[in-house]
Design a protein around this ligand. Structure first.
Ligand SMILES: Cc1ncc(COP(=O)(O)O)c(C=O)c1O
Length: 403
């Protein structure tokens, strides 16, 4: 039997793993309602036509070879242009196009960390960072996002977690799984800590335009010239095109990370390039009309409000109002000795509704959090919350069979 490397034992990717359980039930004939997928496409959303045309045209025009490993110039220039318009003064030289924000994070962390180096990661947080750090033999140091303060990062927790080995801090804003959009004040405090401790700020801003108020300010726009910031963005969420795998990194204060950037470029060279034709959608998207998004956000807002109101109306459940992305963290207040995962699996078995347990994002199993993707149509959401309310009412009787 061929063995797997032990570093792969150090993480699980709950979002996809839990789908395995749902698929088993589906194979037995159970109807599953998926509220676990961070992808708007299965819920009826599609990339705007002008992006699709740009990709089609690129293929028809013969742009089917490798691109430069840092990406096509038109895409890099468009990213730089948009960044400058948001107060992040970079040029195309500071942009590298990647296979989604995921590859950008993988390349940066792989270029930066030695075994045992520490990286501060938000908890709850999107598990990509945990997975990459486990692969690299680096240490994830979780910092708390506070459910009693709209899931804002706990500045004290960040400060207290810094050691001599801390190299970077990951900020996910707007956040997955909480949907929180952080206050400018907290972002400034984090920058201050990063400056004092000599950290690189890794800013995951893939949802930045997807907010219900003002767009989230880029943390790189708040920085002085002494904190290095690497921002990850992509077409996946804002342009509703996750399957195209187009993202990028933006290097702010590049003068502070010259050696790192040489390493990043070397790593980018080694994987040749990201898929070439979809890169042509970057300039089309960033320079183009964004009115489609107002429509999308209006739909999301209705679905968020239904979710928020219906969850809070269930006896024994609560949640806070998210301000961005398309996720909401709910809490079941009485687990009666079960774990959050047991609760979610039991709910799945009884109702066919699939959420992701909070411990998959780093919350404590006994805290009872779970993430809802509220992208389905309103009538489906109402049916879902009717069933969840009924399930919670009878949870004490299910729990004995579960634990
Ligand atoms: C916070 C966050 N970062 C990154 C990603 C991955 O983005 P991409 O598709 O650009 O790789 C996701 C996907 O769900 C996410 O939620």
């Amino acid at each position: 039997m061929i063995k797997a490397a032990s570093r792969t034992h150090n993480f699980t990717y709950a979002i996809r793993n839990i789908v395995g359980e749902a698929k088993k039930l589906e194979a037995q004939g159970k109807k599953i309602t998926y509220l676990n997928i961070g992808d708007p496409v299965p819920y009826g959303f599609q990339p705007p036509p002008h992006l699709i045309e740009a990709v089609n045209k690129a293929i028809k025009d013969g742009m089917n070879g490798y691109s430069p490993s840092v990406g096509i110039l038109a895409a890099r220039e468009a990213v730089a242009r948009e960044s400058c318009s948001r107060g992040v003064n970079i040029t195309a030289e500071d942009v590298i196009i990647t296979s989604g924000a995921s590859e950008a994070a993988d390349i940066v962390l792989g270029s930066m960390l030695e075994i045992g180096d520490e990286v501060l990661v938000p908890t709850p947080g999107y598990p990509l960072y945990t997975a990459i750090l486990a692969k690299l033999g680096a240490k994830e140091v979780p910092y708390l996002l506070d459910p009693n303060n709209n899931w804002e990062p706990s500045i004290e927790a960040i400060q207290a977690s810094i050691t001599e080995k801390t190299r970077a801090i990951v900020i996910i804003n707007p956040n997955n799984p909480t949907g929180a959009v952080y206050s400018r004040e907290n972002l400034l405090k984090i920058l201050q800590i990063a400056e004092q401790a000599g950290l690189v700020v890794l800013a995951d801003e893939v949802y930045w335009r997807m907010t219900y108020g003002e767009p989230a300010p880029p943390i790189a726009s708040l920085v002085n010239d002494s904190v290095p910031v690497i921002t990850f963005e992509s077409l996946s969420k804002i342009y509703l095109a996750p399957g195209w795998r187009v993202g990028w990194m933006k290097l702010s204060n590049a003068h502070l990370m010259k050696e790192l950037i040489v390493a990043i470029r070397k790593m980018a060279d080694a994987r040749l390039c990201s898929a070439c034709p979809p890169q042509y959608a970057v300039a089309a998207g960033l320079d183009g009309d964004h009115s489609y998004l107002a429509d999308v956000m209006q739909k999301f807002k209705e679905r968020r409000d239904i979710t928020y109101n219906r969850i809070n109306a269930i006896d024994g459940m609560n949640c806070t109002l998210p301000n961005g992305a398309f996720y909401l963290m709910a809490q079941v207040e009485r687990l009666h000795g079960a774990t959050d995962e047991q609760f979610i699996l039991s709910l799945l078995k009884e109702t066919g509704i699939l959420f992701v347990h909070g411990s998959g994002f780093g919350t404590k199993a006994e805290d009872g959090y779970f993430r809802i993707v509220y992208l389905p149509e309103p009538y489906i959401l109402h049916q879902v919350y009717d069933q969840v309310a009924e399930f919670v009412k009878h949870w004490p009787s299910y729990v004995t069979a579960t634990v």
